[in-house]
Design a protein around this ligand. Sequence first.
Ligand code: AHR
Length: 843
Amino acid sequence: MSLATILCLTSAVQGLSGTIDIDATKPGAKVPSSLYGIFLEEINNAGEGGLYAEMVQNRGFEDANVPPACLVENGQLVPPRTPHYWENKPNQWTMAWPYTSPFPSWRLETKGGAKASIRLDDSHPLSQESKNALRMDVSALPKGARASLVNEGFWGMNVQKGERYNLSFYVRSNSQYNGPIEATLTGRDGKALATHTFANLGKAGWQKVNASLLATGTDAKATLSLSLGAKGNVAFDFVSLFPAKTFKNRPNGLRPDLGKMIEDLKPAFIRYPGGCYVEGVTIETRPHWEETLGPLEKRTPTFSPWGYWNSNGFGYHEWLQFCEDVHADGLYVFSAGISCAFRSGTYLPDDQLPGLIQNTMDAIEYAVGPTTSKWGKLRAQNGHPKPFPLKYVEIGNEDQGPKYGERVAKFYKVIKAKYPKIKIILSSWIAGIDHAAINAAGQIDIVDEHAYKGAGWALNHFDSFASYPRDVSWELYIGEFAANGGVGRGNMLATLNDAAYMMNMEKNADIVKMGSYAPLLENTNRREWDVNLIHFDSSRSYGRASYYACKLFADNRPDVNLTTKVEVADGGPAPIKGALGVGTFASEVEFKDISLTQNGQTVSLDNAPGWKPKSGRWSRADGVYRQSSRDANEIWSFLAGDFGDKTINLKARKVAGDEGFLVSLGEIDGLRIQVNFGGWGNSIHAIQINSAEAVASTRGKIETGRWYDVRVETENRTVRAYLDGKLVVQMTVPKAKPVIAISGVDNKTGDVIVKVVNSSPVAADMTLNLKGVRVGTTGTATVLTSDNVTDENTYAQPTKIVPVTTPLRLSAPQLTHRFAPNSLTILRIQTRSQARNLSGGAK
Ligand code: AHR
């Protein structure tokens, strides 16, 4: 058989069909109003340079400070070499120190022959917390010249025509300078967008000045400059620029667009401030809530483990205020006295725990204590006499084991004695329930599991919470979840998985009481985490498709689940099929004698037309196909086609590098399947889905300079990989049900809410049988879908994937509906009251 014949063997695309049986006579779990919340962490400049509307970066000139107890050596941040909590000895962890300038984000600009210099000056601290000022000396300023101190903001300042901006700064001239200071917002073209001139600055000591600047033009990447109008020297500190318009018009407030996007998620709670952030790179760098209160220039910045300083302008009080503003309960995460295990892992010894627990008690008192208490009084002085809605506290983040559990027990006892209504959360390491920690804690209200999964996991493990134990006294919180491997920057495939994950949570709401996607925010200019929910830069913001999925789940939370059963006839077994590929990761490799066998016919693919390199350096000589880049990314050459069940034979030889070689086998259920020989630093042979986790693996390595006989077979969903005739790894790709569904009742409206994910690339015609309800005449179908699972929202197309709602006309208890390919659909079916006020079967 020729290659052309093989390429022609394409099968017709058929739709799916089946039934969704909903039984309102069998109500399931109550779905609590706490189920859908959010997690806000200082990562990706989420707060600083993000939600927090301050436009000046490094306003206090403290950003070049080295975090407490650390050193910077050869460009690396080095923690104190005290023991790691788990390893009982210091580890060798360091991180690249991100700052090279003594005044990051600031620069001196001179024009027209001006002579000037700038330097940090700590001779007259504005406050203990903002010790450094920026001193500017101008020694020559000919007519028409300019000497300016310029701040670039957070990758530019968003200045919009007709809007006002509140500028303030401290200036100290010590009578050395009697001239004016001109503040200017400047566009990229050099044109002034707003100016203000400050005069009479000759007072002794620090003087605070402010002005409201009205923009006469627009630029999303403007800068702020402070220019001296005469020779002399001045010191500046705490230079701040805020848009006059903030979320809910609060001073020292938040960006309105981001605040609104979060409010629209109707979060039941806000988990804050981390994540790893809570733990710190060292125990000394953990956040201290009490240092984030009061006058801004008296707040101590916190070094985020994600590599930048947080000025704490958005501090504990502002977070509580934000919770109140969006009607969310507060969930504050406190340090358990253990810094991040993946970083230094340094910790506070047990004898310092009482102080830490007291500090947590003080924080709770600040949030909810009476105004007669020490901290409640301070809250009132800070403008909020009423208690804030703090409902949960979590002790530690991703800590583990009995030692940690014993710490939690100590916090629990003290907190519960005074605040019995506050729910206390134990953070349960990454993935799964840490029973050792729970047992050691003895008593706990809620356990927080984190679940970052690769593409396909959630679809394949729909209803996984059904296997969790029910005979426990705690409730489950999924504090961080996301499909974030093999999904680009967060494409439609991620969204189908995220939706399946939330359906899993909702279906098992008798145990899963809370969940929050992570991370929430990404300033695109500092992406530390690959897949985040809301993207923004200085002026723009958009939600990924998963943002809309989260919103749909919060908007359509039923009060009680209904028993739901799905049957789908999906056309029987389907093979892994599509393009073939050979590739590398961090290695130079040669391939030859590539052949394909299908239905007993073998054809050489060696020089087949259509091999197309995707990246890297590919060449062919003497019958050998060679990739000679050692880039530590996947490098592929693909042969387009629709190759179904097959055997691929080839010879491969590693020439140099860290790993072995890759063979790509095509796709199934929209997931690409590949074999990685000598992956993970040349330690295992693995079968991977969408380049993500090793789904099946065996220990093994690839030797340099040796030709291997490689054989890979696919049969339906099964993959077998051989080296030199020996089977090294095999697996059957788990089959996700192409259509999954859950349903429940909204007690207020009586609507039956049906959530359906069709993760297949074809439409699904489903008959819905509703038992125990009389269907009304109207309803809606809200659909989130895209043609390709690889589609994503972007700045260029921010609304490419958004939900679309259409009315439904209903008439019978048996309804049919066509569910689009690659879609999440929410049906709201009006009923004639029978479904209303179901009380729920479990908890
Ligand atoms: O969400 C990003 C990080 O993932 C969090 O800081 C940490 O808790 C988790 O490992």
